[in-house]
Design a binder for this molecule. Structure first.
Ligand code: LLP
Length: 431
């Protein structure tokens, strides 16, 4: 077992966070997304503690809620004292409706409309993470109309390619996000922001990528951003009080993926920052980080029921399930690896390779290929691990398939945080 919260009971069933998965499936139906609430909370506490210990005063994590957005997650984030990053008015509205303190929310996105900007201000958004000059002008204008001074960070691209671990001169300059440091556009955007009456420039943001295991690119980004803070201070007298380093720390999905030591990474980043601040005589900015996946991914598990079995001798064995790319599009989109277990038959020997196929009318709708499982039978329960991030949040109603419910495994037992979509829900916008 790659996770601490998994075991097998006497009935040969997979147990997740202390709950028999077969009983959960019987009680709530499948497909079903179950989440280990304590694990989510412990990840928040670990990030908070490490950032408080190793980073400059005022440093703290924001949960990147694109990984999993629902009212309950914002309540948990409020209770854990986390900030949040929202990336659309949909996420922003969900957070507000959940009673999240919006002064601790950061509004991302590269394409905010005037309506988005106004709605965010209606809800008292704490910070915009402003992506470009057009957006900056629009925020300034709207803040002016309201007679407020809107706080914001500017999104910059430091030109780091996390997958080659090299600083590539042209790397990521062509990103749709932010203003590149290397081209001088970041500096232009800063000067433009400093010249605006109705915005308060609080600092800079960068995000170098997702599912990164090597600490080197994070350290490179921190160094680059801090040197840039020093350069702008030197040239223009503005010393950014906040630097947001984004999210991206990796999560293991299958045996063999390395586990990442978040606290050790944060410590390494903290040491570099302290060194640079000393060298350049800078007052250390507060550091923000935006973990999404590493807060919720392995706290989630999806349970499916096998609906049909198809063997094509000499070619493939298919087990088709009652969900698919509608609740987990990540294999279809990115060929992402997942660990899949025969949750109702954990003691049966897996001697064959199976393709786990979804229910959609599309041959690419697969959850995983070449999974070692016992002889599959209709009605078997399958558990796909590590589905807490970017599954529910990327789910769709393709083929008019309903989205599964989310059941939280909380301190006082399981409870439904998001109910299953009904067939009538699917018609709710049709006039
Ligand atoms: N901050 C910003 C500005 C981001 O764009 C992202 C992720 C995060 C934070 C959180 O990154 P994390 O800690 O979760 O890696 N749909 C893809 C992932 C896209 C991530 C986009 N941005 C997937 O399923 O793998």
């Amino acid at each position: 077992m790659i996770y601490k919260n998994l075991s097998i009971n006497d009935a040969g069933h997979l147990v997740f966070a202390g709950h028999d998965t077969a009983s959960l499936a019987a009680a709530y139906g499948t497909p079903l997304l179950v989440m280990d609430e304590e694990l989510i909370r412990s990840r928040c506490r670990a990030y908070k503690a490490a950032m408080e210990q190793y980073l400059p005063a005022g440093s703290h994590p924001l949960y990147a809620s694109k990984a999993l957005s629902m009212k309950r997650i914002y309540e948990i984030m409020r209770e854990e004292g986390m900030g949040v990053d929202v990336v659309s008015v949909g996420e922003l509205y969900t957070a507000a409706k959940a009673g999240f303190p919006m002064e601790n929310a950061y509004f991302h996105g590269n394409s905010k409309t005037d309506r988005d900007i106004a709605l965010a201000m209606d809800h008292g958004i704490g910070y915009f993470v402003c992506d470009n000059a057009d957006e900056l002008d629009a925020i300034n204008a709207e803040a002016g109309r309201r007679g407020i001074r809107q706080k914001l960070l500017l999104r910059l691209t430091p030109g780091i390619d996390p997958h080659t671990h090299e600083k590539i001169n042209t790397g990521r300059i062509d990103s749709k996000f932010g203003a590149a440091i290397e081209t001088g556009q970041a500096e232009e955007l800063i000067l433009r922001a400093l010249g605006k009456e109705n915005v308060e420039l609080c600092g800079y943001h960068c995000h170098i990528g997702s599912q990164i295991f090597d600490p080197t690119p994070f350290c490179d980004a921190a160094v680059l951003m801090l040197k840039f803070v020093a350069e702008i201070k030197e040239k223009h007298g503005f010393c950014a009080p906040v630097v947001n380093l984004g999210g991206g720390m990796g999560v293991p999905y299958v045996a063999g993926d390395s586990a990442i030591d978040y606290a050790a990474n944060i410590k390494a980043i903290g040491e570099l920052i302290a060194g640079i601040c000393k060298d350049f005589g800078l007052e250390a900015p507060a550091i923000l980080m935006e973990p999404g996946r590493s807060i919720v991914a392995d706290a989630g598990m999806t349970l499916y029921t096998a609906a049909s079995i198809k063997k094509i001798p000499g070619f493939k064995n298919y087990v088709a399930i009652d969900g698919g790319m509608t609740d987990n599009p990540r294999y279809t989109l990115y060929q992402s690896s997942y660990t899949i277990l025969p949750a109702s038959r954990m003691n049966d020997y897996g001697e064959q390779l199976w393709t786990v196929a979804g229910c959609c009318c599309e041959s690419g709708d697969l959850i995983q290929e070449d999974v070692c499982l016992p002889e599959m039978r209709r009605g078997d329960l399958l558990a796909v691990l590590t589905t807490g991030a970017y599954n529910y949040s990327m789910a769709s109603n393709y083929n008019r398939v309903s989205r599964p419910p989310i059941v939280m495994l909380g301190e006082n037992g399981p409870y439904i945080a998001v109910r299953r979509e009904t067939l009538d829900d699917l018609l709710s916008c049709d006039l």
